[in-house]
Write a protein that binds this ligand. Structure first.
Ligand SMILES: Cc1ncc(COP(=O)(O)O)c(C=O)c1O
Length: 397
Protein backbone atom coordinates (compact mmCIF):
# COMPACT_ATOMS: atom_id res chain seq x y z
CA UNK A 1 0.00 0.00 0.00
CA UNK A 2 1.55 3.28 -1.08
CA UNK A 3 0.99 6.30 1.14
CA UNK A 4 3.37 8.59 -0.66
CA UNK A 5 2.35 11.48 -2.85
CA UNK A 6 3.16 10.93 -6.53
CA UNK A 7 6.58 11.78 -7.84
CA UNK A 8 7.31 15.49 -8.25
CA UNK A 9 6.09 16.89 -11.53
CA UNK A 10 9.11 19.06 -12.27
CA UNK A 11 10.20 18.40 -15.85
CA UNK A 12 6.68 17.53 -17.00
CA UNK A 13 5.68 21.10 -17.70
CA UNK A 14 6.69 20.80 -21.36
CA UNK A 15 3.85 18.35 -22.02
CA UNK A 16 1.46 20.18 -19.68
CA UNK A 17 2.37 23.87 -19.35
CA UNK A 18 -0.33 24.45 -16.71
CA UNK A 19 1.74 22.42 -14.25
CA UNK A 20 4.06 25.42 -14.01
CA UNK A 21 1.35 26.95 -11.80
CA UNK A 22 1.93 24.36 -9.10
CA UNK A 23 4.60 26.46 -7.46
CA UNK A 24 1.97 29.14 -6.79
CA UNK A 25 0.11 26.76 -4.42
CA UNK A 26 2.16 25.76 -1.36
CA UNK A 27 -0.13 22.90 -0.30
CA UNK A 28 0.62 20.98 -3.52
CA UNK A 29 4.17 20.30 -2.28
CA UNK A 30 2.87 17.58 0.03
CA UNK A 31 -0.81 16.99 -0.81
CA UNK A 32 -2.79 15.55 -3.69
CA UNK A 33 -5.39 18.29 -3.83
CA UNK A 34 -8.56 16.94 -5.49
CA UNK A 35 -11.09 19.13 -3.73
CA UNK A 36 -11.38 22.47 -5.53
CA UNK A 37 -15.13 21.85 -5.89
CA UNK A 38 -15.17 22.56 -2.13
CA UNK A 39 -12.18 24.71 -1.13
CA UNK A 40 -9.53 25.58 -3.69
CA UNK A 41 -5.89 25.74 -2.51
CA UNK A 42 -4.50 29.10 -1.40
CA UNK A 43 -2.41 30.92 -3.99
CA UNK A 44 0.82 32.41 -2.59
CA UNK A 45 -0.24 35.83 -3.76
CA UNK A 46 -3.31 35.74 -1.46
CA UNK A 47 -0.95 36.02 1.50
CA UNK A 48 0.60 39.16 0.01
CA UNK A 49 -2.86 40.53 -0.76
CA UNK A 50 -4.00 40.08 2.83
CA UNK A 51 -0.81 41.76 4.02
CA UNK A 52 -1.71 44.65 1.72
CA UNK A 53 -5.11 44.84 3.42
CA UNK A 54 -3.60 45.13 6.90
CA UNK A 55 -0.96 47.59 5.68
CA UNK A 56 -3.66 49.78 4.14
CA UNK A 57 -5.75 49.62 7.30
CA UNK A 58 -2.68 50.44 9.43
CA UNK A 59 -1.39 53.32 7.34
CA UNK A 60 -4.47 54.85 5.72
CA UNK A 61 -7.05 54.17 8.44
CA UNK A 62 -10.50 55.50 7.65
CA UNK A 63 -9.24 57.15 4.45
CA UNK A 64 -9.11 53.63 2.95
CA UNK A 65 -12.87 53.70 2.43
CA UNK A 66 -12.73 56.51 -0.08
CA UNK A 67 -9.44 55.26 -1.50
CA UNK A 68 -10.98 52.03 -2.77
CA UNK A 69 -12.58 49.98 -0.01
CA UNK A 70 -16.10 51.38 -0.43
CA UNK A 71 -16.20 50.61 -4.16
CA UNK A 72 -14.58 47.20 -3.77
CA UNK A 73 -17.81 45.20 -4.04
CA UNK A 74 -18.10 46.55 -7.59
CA UNK A 75 -14.41 46.73 -8.60
CA UNK A 76 -13.85 43.21 -7.29
CA UNK A 77 -17.10 42.12 -8.96
CA UNK A 78 -15.65 43.33 -12.26
CA UNK A 79 -12.84 40.78 -11.93
CA UNK A 80 -15.50 38.04 -11.70
CA UNK A 81 -17.39 39.68 -14.55
CA UNK A 82 -14.40 39.03 -16.84
CA UNK A 83 -14.62 35.32 -16.04
CA UNK A 84 -18.41 34.91 -16.39
CA UNK A 85 -19.03 37.25 -19.34
CA UNK A 86 -20.66 40.13 -17.47
CA UNK A 87 -20.04 43.70 -18.61
CA UNK A 88 -18.23 46.05 -16.17
CA UNK A 89 -20.37 47.30 -13.30
CA UNK A 90 -22.81 44.38 -13.33
CA UNK A 91 -21.47 42.15 -10.54
CA UNK A 92 -21.51 42.98 -6.82
CA UNK A 93 -19.79 41.13 -4.01
CA UNK A 94 -21.59 39.79 -0.94
CA UNK A 95 -20.58 37.38 1.76
CA UNK A 96 -22.04 34.26 0.16
CA UNK A 97 -24.55 32.74 -2.27
CA UNK A 98 -27.22 32.39 0.40
CA UNK A 99 -27.30 36.17 0.86
CA UNK A 100 -27.34 36.75 -2.91
CA UNK A 101 -30.22 34.32 -3.42
CA UNK A 102 -32.22 35.88 -0.58
CA UNK A 103 -31.60 39.29 -2.15
CA UNK A 104 -32.82 38.12 -5.58
CA UNK A 105 -36.00 36.53 -4.27
CA UNK A 106 -36.71 39.66 -2.21
CA UNK A 107 -37.12 41.61 -5.47
CA UNK A 108 -40.48 39.94 -6.16
CA UNK A 109 -44.02 39.98 -4.80
CA UNK A 110 -44.97 36.37 -4.06
CA UNK A 111 -48.55 37.09 -2.95
CA UNK A 112 -50.05 37.64 -6.41
CA UNK A 113 -51.21 35.19 -9.08
CA UNK A 114 -47.67 34.89 -10.52
CA UNK A 115 -46.34 33.15 -7.43
CA UNK A 116 -44.49 30.09 -8.71
CA UNK A 117 -40.79 29.51 -8.19
CA UNK A 118 -39.52 26.60 -10.29
CA UNK A 119 -36.27 25.09 -9.03
CA UNK A 120 -34.22 22.09 -10.09
CA UNK A 121 -34.16 19.10 -7.77
CA UNK A 122 -30.35 19.13 -7.64
CA UNK A 123 -30.10 22.74 -6.52
CA UNK A 124 -27.95 23.54 -3.49
CA UNK A 125 -29.94 23.03 -0.23
CA UNK A 126 -29.32 26.61 0.94
CA UNK A 127 -31.25 27.85 -2.07
CA UNK A 128 -34.11 25.45 -1.32
CA UNK A 129 -34.28 26.66 2.28
CA UNK A 130 -34.58 30.27 1.10
CA UNK A 131 -37.27 29.41 -1.47
CA UNK A 132 -39.40 27.48 0.99
CA UNK A 133 -39.18 30.46 3.33
CA UNK A 134 -41.11 32.38 0.67
CA UNK A 135 -44.12 30.10 1.10
CA UNK A 136 -45.22 32.23 4.04
CA UNK A 137 -45.49 35.14 1.57
CA UNK A 138 -47.64 33.06 -0.81
CA UNK A 139 -45.01 31.49 -3.07
CA UNK A 140 -45.56 28.05 -4.55
CA UNK A 141 -42.29 26.14 -4.84
CA UNK A 142 -42.10 23.62 -7.68
CA UNK A 143 -39.02 21.45 -7.41
CA UNK A 144 -38.39 19.46 -10.58
CA UNK A 145 -37.24 16.07 -9.34
CA UNK A 146 -34.20 14.13 -10.42
CA UNK A 147 -35.21 10.51 -10.94
CA UNK A 148 -31.68 9.13 -10.96
CA UNK A 149 -30.04 11.51 -8.48
CA UNK A 150 -27.63 12.56 -11.23
CA UNK A 151 -29.56 14.76 -13.63
CA UNK A 152 -32.77 16.73 -13.97
CA UNK A 153 -34.02 16.28 -17.55
CA UNK A 154 -34.13 19.59 -19.41
CA UNK A 155 -37.60 18.77 -20.78
CA UNK A 156 -38.99 18.37 -17.27
CA UNK A 157 -37.72 21.80 -16.29
CA UNK A 158 -39.08 23.42 -19.46
CA UNK A 159 -42.47 21.76 -18.89
CA UNK A 160 -42.67 23.07 -15.32
CA UNK A 161 -42.33 26.72 -16.40
CA UNK A 162 -45.72 28.33 -17.06
CA UNK A 163 -47.52 31.68 -17.01
CA UNK A 164 -47.69 31.61 -13.18
CA UNK A 165 -43.93 31.29 -12.87
CA UNK A 166 -42.13 34.31 -11.46
CA UNK A 167 -38.63 32.91 -11.05
CA UNK A 168 -36.75 29.85 -12.28
CA UNK A 169 -33.67 28.77 -10.32
CA UNK A 170 -31.08 26.45 -11.80
CA UNK A 171 -27.75 25.17 -10.60
CA UNK A 172 -25.51 25.35 -13.68
CA UNK A 173 -23.44 22.40 -12.45
CA UNK A 174 -25.03 20.22 -9.75
CA UNK A 175 -22.90 19.92 -6.62
CA UNK A 176 -24.04 16.31 -6.06
CA UNK A 177 -23.34 14.82 -9.48
CA UNK A 178 -21.49 17.45 -11.54
CA UNK A 179 -24.30 17.39 -14.14
CA UNK A 180 -24.17 20.46 -16.39
CA UNK A 181 -27.51 22.08 -17.19
CA UNK A 182 -28.52 23.89 -20.41
CA UNK A 183 -29.03 27.45 -19.14
CA UNK A 184 -29.65 29.02 -22.55
CA UNK A 185 -32.67 26.80 -23.27
CA UNK A 186 -34.10 27.45 -19.82
CA UNK A 187 -33.58 31.22 -20.11
CA UNK A 188 -35.44 31.20 -23.42
CA UNK A 189 -38.40 29.29 -21.97
CA UNK A 190 -38.47 31.40 -18.78
CA UNK A 191 -38.53 34.64 -20.76
CA UNK A 192 -41.23 33.35 -23.14
CA UNK A 193 -43.37 32.70 -20.04
CA UNK A 194 -42.57 36.15 -18.57
CA UNK A 195 -40.39 34.70 -15.79
CA UNK A 196 -36.85 35.50 -14.61
CA UNK A 197 -33.96 33.05 -14.37
CA UNK A 198 -31.42 32.94 -11.55
CA UNK A 199 -28.45 30.63 -12.18
CA UNK A 200 -26.16 29.37 -9.44
CA UNK A 201 -22.71 29.32 -11.02
CA UNK A 202 -20.77 28.21 -7.96
CA UNK A 203 -19.78 24.85 -9.45
CA UNK A 204 -19.18 26.13 -12.99
CA UNK A 205 -17.44 29.53 -12.89
CA UNK A 206 -13.71 29.06 -13.27
CA UNK A 207 -13.88 25.48 -14.60
CA UNK A 208 -16.54 25.61 -17.37
CA UNK A 209 -16.47 28.47 -19.89
CA UNK A 210 -19.65 30.51 -19.61
CA UNK A 211 -21.04 33.86 -20.64
CA UNK A 212 -23.99 35.19 -18.65
CA UNK A 213 -24.74 37.74 -21.34
CA UNK A 214 -24.90 35.19 -24.17
CA UNK A 215 -26.81 32.71 -22.01
CA UNK A 216 -29.42 35.36 -21.27
CA UNK A 217 -29.68 34.73 -17.53
CA UNK A 218 -31.24 37.51 -15.46
CA UNK A 219 -29.35 36.87 -12.23
CA UNK A 220 -26.35 34.74 -11.38
CA UNK A 221 -24.88 33.89 -8.00
CA UNK A 222 -21.66 32.22 -7.00
CA UNK A 223 -18.72 32.41 -4.67
CA UNK A 224 -14.96 32.18 -4.50
CA UNK A 225 -13.96 29.29 -2.31
CA UNK A 226 -14.07 26.64 -5.02
CA UNK A 227 -12.73 26.73 -8.60
CA UNK A 228 -11.93 30.46 -8.36
CA UNK A 229 -9.40 29.79 -5.57
CA UNK A 230 -10.36 32.92 -3.67
CA UNK A 231 -11.08 31.82 -0.10
CA UNK A 232 -14.21 32.35 2.00
CA UNK A 233 -16.48 35.38 2.38
CA UNK A 234 -16.53 36.58 -1.24
CA UNK A 235 -19.83 35.64 -2.91
CA UNK A 236 -21.07 37.46 -5.99
CA UNK A 237 -24.29 38.50 -7.66
CA UNK A 238 -24.74 39.36 -11.35
CA UNK A 239 -27.84 41.27 -12.46
CA UNK A 240 -28.76 41.78 -16.12
CA UNK A 241 -28.07 45.43 -17.07
CA UNK A 242 -31.59 46.45 -18.08
CA UNK A 243 -33.23 45.21 -14.87
CA UNK A 244 -32.06 47.92 -12.47
CA UNK A 245 -34.97 50.28 -12.93
CA UNK A 246 -37.63 47.61 -12.30
CA UNK A 247 -36.15 45.81 -9.29
CA UNK A 248 -36.31 46.91 -5.66
CA UNK A 249 -34.79 44.28 -3.35
CA UNK A 250 -36.54 44.24 0.03
CA UNK A 251 -33.40 42.69 1.53
CA UNK A 252 -31.36 45.86 1.43
CA UNK A 253 -29.27 48.32 3.43
CA UNK A 254 -27.68 51.71 3.42
CA UNK A 255 -25.03 50.86 0.80
CA UNK A 256 -27.89 50.40 -1.70
CA UNK A 257 -29.14 53.97 -1.24
CA UNK A 258 -28.66 56.54 -3.99
CA UNK A 259 -26.82 58.76 -1.46
CA UNK A 260 -25.64 56.49 1.37
CA UNK A 261 -23.60 59.18 3.08
CA UNK A 262 -26.64 61.44 3.49
CA UNK A 263 -27.98 58.91 6.00
CA UNK A 264 -31.61 59.67 5.15
CA UNK A 265 -34.25 58.11 7.40
CA UNK A 266 -37.44 56.49 6.06
CA UNK A 267 -37.85 54.32 2.98
CA UNK A 268 -34.83 53.81 0.79
CA UNK A 269 -34.27 55.62 -2.49
CA UNK A 270 -32.40 52.94 -4.42
CA UNK A 271 -29.18 53.73 -6.28
CA UNK A 272 -29.91 53.81 -10.01
CA UNK A 273 -27.29 51.19 -10.87
CA UNK A 274 -25.78 47.94 -9.58
CA UNK A 275 -25.21 49.55 -6.17
CA UNK A 276 -28.94 49.03 -5.48
CA UNK A 277 -28.11 45.33 -4.96
CA UNK A 278 -25.71 46.03 -2.07
CA UNK A 279 -26.70 46.03 1.59
CA UNK A 280 -24.29 47.04 4.38
CA UNK A 281 -20.56 47.30 5.07
CA UNK A 282 -18.65 45.10 2.61
CA UNK A 283 -16.35 42.22 3.59
CA UNK A 284 -13.13 43.98 2.61
CA UNK A 285 -10.46 41.43 3.69
CA UNK A 286 -12.31 38.62 1.88
CA UNK A 287 -12.17 40.62 -1.33
CA UNK A 288 -8.44 41.28 -0.94
CA UNK A 289 -7.86 37.56 -0.53
CA UNK A 290 -10.21 36.53 -3.35
CA UNK A 291 -8.74 38.75 -6.07
CA UNK A 292 -5.62 36.62 -6.37
CA UNK A 293 -7.58 33.56 -7.45
CA UNK A 294 -9.62 35.47 -10.04
CA UNK A 295 -6.45 36.94 -11.51
CA UNK A 296 -4.88 33.50 -11.88
CA UNK A 297 -8.01 31.95 -13.44
CA UNK A 298 -8.34 34.89 -15.85
CA UNK A 299 -4.63 34.74 -16.68
CA UNK A 300 -4.81 31.06 -17.62
CA UNK A 301 -8.22 31.41 -19.24
CA UNK A 302 -11.21 29.17 -18.53
CA UNK A 303 -11.14 27.50 -22.01
CA UNK A 304 -7.61 26.16 -21.33
CA UNK A 305 -8.67 25.07 -17.83
CA UNK A 306 -11.72 23.30 -19.26
CA UNK A 307 -9.73 21.52 -21.95
CA UNK A 308 -7.45 20.01 -19.34
CA UNK A 309 -10.35 19.30 -16.97
CA UNK A 310 -12.24 17.35 -19.65
CA UNK A 311 -9.15 15.31 -20.46
CA UNK A 312 -8.37 14.53 -16.82
CA UNK A 313 -11.95 13.81 -15.72
CA UNK A 314 -12.26 11.41 -18.69
CA UNK A 315 -9.04 9.73 -17.57
CA UNK A 316 -10.34 9.52 -14.02
CA UNK A 317 -13.52 7.82 -15.23
CA UNK A 318 -11.54 5.36 -17.40
CA UNK A 319 -9.32 4.42 -14.45
CA UNK A 320 -12.33 4.13 -12.13
CA UNK A 321 -14.05 1.83 -14.63
CA UNK A 322 -10.93 -0.27 -14.94
CA UNK A 323 -10.75 -0.57 -11.14
CA UNK A 324 -14.41 -1.67 -10.97
CA UNK A 325 -15.55 1.51 -9.17
CA UNK A 326 -19.01 3.08 -9.63
CA UNK A 327 -19.09 6.39 -11.49
CA UNK A 328 -21.96 8.65 -10.42
CA UNK A 329 -21.44 11.63 -12.75
CA UNK A 330 -22.52 12.07 -16.36
CA UNK A 331 -20.10 10.25 -18.64
CA UNK A 332 -20.47 12.65 -21.54
CA UNK A 333 -18.10 15.58 -20.88
CA UNK A 334 -20.56 17.90 -22.64
CA UNK A 335 -22.92 17.29 -19.71
CA UNK A 336 -20.37 17.25 -16.90
CA UNK A 337 -18.59 19.91 -14.82
CA UNK A 338 -15.14 19.53 -13.28
CA UNK A 339 -15.86 16.92 -10.60
CA UNK A 340 -16.23 13.16 -10.86
CA UNK A 341 -18.31 11.43 -8.20
CA UNK A 342 -17.62 7.82 -7.29
CA UNK A 343 -20.49 5.95 -5.65
CA UNK A 344 -19.86 4.36 -2.24
CA UNK A 345 -22.28 3.13 0.43
CA UNK A 346 -23.38 6.15 2.50
CA UNK A 347 -22.21 4.51 5.71
CA UNK A 348 -18.66 4.13 4.33
CA UNK A 349 -18.23 7.54 2.68
CA UNK A 350 -16.71 9.49 5.55
CA UNK A 351 -14.30 6.70 6.52
CA UNK A 352 -13.05 6.44 2.92
CA UNK A 353 -12.46 10.17 2.76
CA UNK A 354 -10.68 10.11 6.13
CA UNK A 355 -8.39 7.27 4.99
CA UNK A 356 -7.58 9.09 1.75
CA UNK A 357 -6.83 12.17 3.88
CA UNK A 358 -4.37 10.11 5.94
CA UNK A 359 -2.68 9.28 2.62
CA UNK A 360 -2.51 13.01 1.81
CA UNK A 361 -5.24 12.86 -0.84
CA UNK A 362 -7.99 15.40 -0.22
CA UNK A 363 -11.49 14.67 -1.53
CA UNK A 364 -14.94 14.85 0.11
CA UNK A 365 -18.16 12.88 0.49
CA UNK A 366 -21.79 13.91 0.07
CA UNK A 367 -24.54 11.61 1.37
CA UNK A 368 -26.70 10.14 -1.37
CA UNK A 369 -24.06 11.10 -3.93
CA UNK A 370 -20.63 9.64 -3.21
CA UNK A 371 -17.01 10.72 -3.04
CA UNK A 372 -16.32 13.87 -5.04
CA UNK A 373 -12.95 14.08 -6.81
CA UNK A 374 -11.83 17.17 -8.69
CA UNK A 375 -8.65 17.81 -10.62
CA UNK A 376 -7.92 21.45 -11.49
CA UNK A 377 -5.36 23.08 -13.76
CA UNK A 378 -2.51 22.32 -11.33
CA UNK A 379 -3.22 18.56 -11.21
CA UNK A 380 -0.73 16.15 -12.76
CA UNK A 381 -1.76 12.98 -14.56
CA UNK A 382 0.23 11.03 -11.97
CA UNK A 383 -2.02 12.42 -9.26
CA UNK A 384 -5.12 11.21 -11.12
CA UNK A 385 -3.69 7.67 -11.28
CA UNK A 386 -2.48 7.85 -7.68
CA UNK A 387 -5.93 8.93 -6.40
CA UNK A 388 -7.77 6.11 -8.14
CA UNK A 389 -5.14 3.57 -7.13
CA UNK A 390 -5.42 4.53 -3.46
CA UNK A 391 -9.21 4.77 -3.61
CA UNK A 392 -9.48 1.27 -5.09
CA UNK A 393 -7.06 -0.13 -2.51
CA UNK A 394 -9.35 1.17 0.27
CA UNK A 395 -12.71 0.04 -1.11
CA UNK A 396 -11.42 -3.26 -2.58
CA UNK A 397 -8.53 -4.17 -0.23
C1 LIG B 1 -23.85 25.08 -6.22
C2 LIG B 1 -23.60 25.66 -4.85
N1 LIG B 1 -24.31 26.72 -4.44
C3 LIG B 1 -24.12 27.27 -3.23
C4 LIG B 1 -23.18 26.77 -2.35
C5 LIG B 1 -23.00 27.41 -1.00
O1 LIG B 1 -23.06 28.76 -1.06
P1 LIG B 1 -22.75 29.76 0.15
O2 LIG B 1 -22.08 29.00 1.25
O3 LIG B 1 -21.88 30.79 -0.46
O4 LIG B 1 -24.08 30.32 0.56
C6 LIG B 1 -22.40 25.67 -2.76
C7 LIG B 1 -21.35 25.05 -1.94
O5 LIG B 1 -21.04 25.17 -0.85
C8 LIG B 1 -22.64 25.10 -4.02
O6 LIG B 1 -21.93 24.03 -4.43
Amino acid sequence: MSTLAPTPVRGLTASDPLLAWRQEFPILEHTTYMISHSLGPMPRRAEAALAEFTRTWATRGIRAWEEGWWEMPVTCGDLIGRIIGAPPGRVVMHQNVSICQALVTSCFDWSGPRNKLVTDGLNFPSNDYIYHGLERQGAEIVSVASQDGLTVPLEDILDAIDEDTHLVSISHVAFRSSALQDLAAIAERAHAAGAYLVADLYQSAGIVPLDVTALGVDFATGGSVKWLLGGPGAGYLYVRPDLDASLEPAATGWAAHARPFDFEAGPIEYAPDIHRFLNGTPNVPAMYSARSGYEIVAEIGVPAIREKSVRQTQRLIELADAAGLTVRSPRDPEHRGGTVILGVPDEDGRAIVAELGRRQILVDFRPGAGVRIAPHFYTSDDEIAHTIHEFASIVNP
